[in-house]
Design a protein around this ligand. Structure first.
Ligand SMILES: [Zn+2]
Length: 155
């Protein structure tokens, strides 16, 4: 038997350690939670992405009674794909608001969003940096691939 070990490098940062662009995107992700429609989960996810052309796009989860809604992350990524086809995403910030406050621990995307985000990254010229935002800390990853080792399709 051969055992493999998979590791992920995560920088644990405070808001004050972010650069100005990262701070702006984190602020936008927080603002994006206000656009969430989450009467079922009460978990309001906000995502903000930065495109290589400088445009910033917000996304927020949208639920419905059939439980066929969409997460905040894919809301933002698909918006970028639909409105800015061929323009690479360089950075994404993700956070969530629930029970009257932002989450303590960094908000991490679900598996479906990781797969979708990874495909955007694979089609881009460079990795997409990721900021997972909580009140206690912000996790910074240098690539979506770091969020999803052993992804479904190895393109
Ligand atoms: Zn998701």
């Amino acid at each position: 038997m051969v055992e493999k070990k998979i590791t992920t490098k995560i920088q644990v940062l405070a808001y004050t350690e972010l650069n100005e662009t990262e701070k702006k995107l984190v602020d936008l992700a927080k603002e994006a939670t206000k656009g969430s429609y989450a009467p079922y989960s009460n978990f309001h996810v906000g995502a903000a992405i930065l495109l290589e052309n400088g445009v910033m796009i917000k996304g927020a989860n949208q639920e419905n009674a059939a439980f066929a809604g969409i997460c905040g992350e894919r809301s933002a990524f698909y918006n970028a794909g639909a409105n800015y086809p061929g323009v690479d995403i360089t950075l994404v910030a993700i956070t969530a608001f629930t029970n009257g406050d932002f989450v303590d621990d960094p908000c991490s995307p679900c598996g479906m969003c990781r797969q979708a985000m990874l495909e955007f990254e694979k089609n881009a010229k460079q990795p997409i940096q990721v900021l997972l935002v909580g009140k206690k800390a912000i996790y910074k990853l240098n690539s979506v691939a770091d969020l999803l080792p052993l992804s479904f399709v190895d393109f």
